[in-house]
Design a protein around this ligand. Sequence first.
Ligand SMILES: Cc1cc2nc3c(=O)[nH]c(=O)nc-3n(C[C@H](O)[C@H](O)[C@H](O)COP(=O)(O)OP(=O)(O)OC[C@H]3O[C@@H](n4cnc5c(N)ncnc54)[C@H](O)[C@@H]3O)c2cc1C
Length: 440
Amino acid sequence: MREAAIIGAGYAGLACAVELARHGIAVTVFERSKTLGGRARAVEKNGWTLDNGQHLLIGAYTELARLLRLTGVSPRQLEHLPLTLHIPGQLHLRAAALPAPLHLAVGLARARGLGWRERFAAAALLRHLKRKHFRLFEATTVTDLLIGCRQPPKLRNLIWEPLCLAALNTPAHEASAQTFANILRDTLAAPSATASELLIPRVDLSELFPVPAARYLATREGRIFPGNAITTITPEDGGFRLGGDPGARLWPQVVIATAPHHAAPLLASTGACAHLAARIASLPCEPITTVYLALGEGFTLPAPMIGLTGGPAQWAFDRGQSGGPEGLIAAVISAHREHGTLSRDAQAASTLAQLEHTLARALPRPERTHVITEKRATFACRPGLPRPGIATPLPGLWLAGDYIEGEHPATLETAVRAGVNCARAITGKAPAPENHSHSE
Ligand SMILES: Cc1cc2nc3c(=O)[nH]c(=O)nc-3n(C[C@H](O)[C@H](O)[C@H](O)COP(=O)(O)OP(=O)(O)OC[C@H]3O[C@@H](n4cnc5c(N)ncnc54)[C@H](O)[C@@H]3O)c2cc1C
């Protein structure tokens, strides 16, 4: 039986492992942490199980959906909602239960909080992108695109800029318009209305895919070593030796499935990938902070997910409406560099104040709060960023992760696709097709 080693049990590494195991390759996964899932994992805090960051999936995540089915995950583990943007007192836009593109057209026509000027402008932006076959000049930012397409300030503030931050984790004035257009193509302008559905996990992020993936591997000669960091990769005749591998084996195929800042030193340790390592180390990154507020039983938001304005947080999720504890709110602050300098208590207090302002009422004092900042949550999705491919200068050594070149920003789907594509390269199969679902 052929063998491969994977460094990292995040969504990319586990997707790669599952796909290799499916093709009869014995995989061994080394994971530095005791918990599986990487940047999408559960964390334990004083008896509280939370995700290290609130995650939202969308219907266009087709490769992750395939792997969830393959590893036996019930569709009920995800709360499916039609595309809904709800900002209390300001905006209510919900896709209609109709086939595309009527779902969006009717949703826009019925939207509360938008005038006809905004409705026509939104449709005009999508028409403009379709006319251009969703191909834009590489250097264009999202702000350039919105200004060029005369999007009114209200539409920019309430819809496009928050969507850009949520999808690209990069502020509109710095974000790649091409990547944003790719997202719009594969969601709002996709031929199927399901592509733009919002999927909120009803279980924690380690339970969603990593744990079922580990079960799948266990039945196919796959092994996972949690709490086992790999420190170096040394090329030898016939493969690679990994510093930290308790078996000191020679691996014919090795996949580095870590975040970019961990991949760079591992690549550099080979002595043969200095240029690639330096390129990866120089990728800029953006933080994400998740503020958890336990507001007590009986507390609910007007929708499972609402938009917030006038403060650092952009979205608040009511975990109680998606299988979590009643009254638990997760507020997300994307790419907000200055906010990270506040203390955790100050961040929780300012998020609570923002929620009170948005809901226009006083809220109960939180029973407990928890703030998690991932300083290097994703790469900053700027125009023309040189993202590496899965191949390295060393045959048999591969890269997987959410920063690998592709049409989409750093997401679970990007990570999973890179992992699957590594597996396909190792097994000699064609790469997973890009999710080009628009009709021209
Ligand atoms: C707070 C937050 C919110 C997010 N929200 C969303 C969202 O709503 N929707 C969405 O699609 N995406 C979201 N993302 C992005 C998504 O989580 C990532 O794109 C994805 O999890 C990256 O997966 P990965 O496998 O590429 O990397 P990682 O998850 O970073 O996995 C790499 C793994 O490698 C391990 N590792 C590192 N070095 C070593 C070593 N030397 N030896 C062994 N193991 C090692 C790490 O411990 C880790 O487990 C969010 C990210 C964050 C941080």
